[in-house]
Ligand binder design. Structure first.
Ligand code: ADP
Length: 248
């Protein structure tokens, strides 16, 4: 079953076309890893999936919501909110609220957006913190946590609204190398549980191990897509091979 579908998606900034007609499907319960050189449009593509960026043209379907973009008319508010509700985002720099504890960060959306009672939200948030191995740090503030711990809170927070899809924008690239593993481990567990995930990352070993689908994007175009084996081992595409040589 297809969970996300992009058809001929275009996005430009100030006249520069950053996404040049992206077609992509993501099956429910699978993990898609997006790789490519810096500036190739990976983050923009991810942000178009939850409409943090509004595409100029094309069509986005996420579960049962479909939106066509024409560049002129405004996006229907109900559709926009529906897409946002169905996606959770994990950011490179965690983006936690500094004045809230780990627990408060995970609870916030449930209380404010979903209008759940504080005691309900608290119960679920503690479960999620447990899932990412941070139950005992529930009362710590972000500045009291390591980067890896903050990012795990970020993942718990993204999951708190029970999204259909989790989006990760370079979730480990701000971390010291020794903290990367603990975050990847949480992501690996989520993938194994059948969460639908789209991940922009430079962690190629992780991609090889966990991805169902690897997408190589270059200059706003999907150059190649396939299983990790197809992209990492069997690619005949010169650009893909050049990129992989550089980062290995
Ligand atoms: P990547 O994630 O592959 O490094 P990005 O999607 O961040 O690439 O950026 C692709 C291009 O779009 C870059 O040239 C970047 O400068 C430009 N860009 C991204 N976001 C904006 C923005 N909000 N305003 C203007 N240009 C942007």
């Amino acid at each position: 079953m297809i969970q996300i579908k992009l058809e001929q998606l275009h996005k430009h900034f100030h006249g520069v076309e950053v996404l040049k007609g992206i077609d992509l499907s993501v099956q429910k319960g699978t993990t898609t890893v997006i790789i490519g050189p810096s500036g190739s449009g990976k983050t923009t593509l991810l942000r178009c999936l939850n409409l943090l960026e509004i595409p100029d043209q094309g069509r986005l379907t996420l579960a049962d919501t479909s939106i066509s973009f024409t560049g002129k008319s405004k996006v229907n508010y109900a559709s926009l909110m529906s897409i946002r509700k169905q996606t959770g985002m994990v950011f490179q720099n965690y983006n936690l609220f500094p004045h809230l504890t780990a627990l408060g960060n995970v609870m916030e959306g449930q209380v404010i957006v979903q209008r759940r009672s504080k005691s309900d939200a608290r119960g679920q948030s503690l479960q999620l913190l447990d899932k990412v191995g941070l139950r005992d740090r529930a009362d710590s503030y972000p500045h009291e946590l390591s980067g890896g711990q903050q990012q795990r809170v970020g993942i718990a927070r993204a999951m708190a609204l029970q999204p259909e899809v989790l989006l990760f924008d370079e979730p480990t690239s701000a971390l010291d190398p020794e903290l990367v593993g603990e975050v990847l481990k949480v992501m690996k567990d989520l993938s194994a549980e059948g969460m639908t995930m789209v991940i922009v990352t430079h962690e190629m070993a992780f991609a090889k191990e966990v991805a169902d689908q690897v997408v190589f994007i270059d200059q706003g175009v999907i150059m190649e897509r396939g299983s990790p084996e197809q992209v990492f081992e069997l690619s005949k595409n010169e650009r893909t091979m050049q990129f992989l040589r550089k980062i290995q």
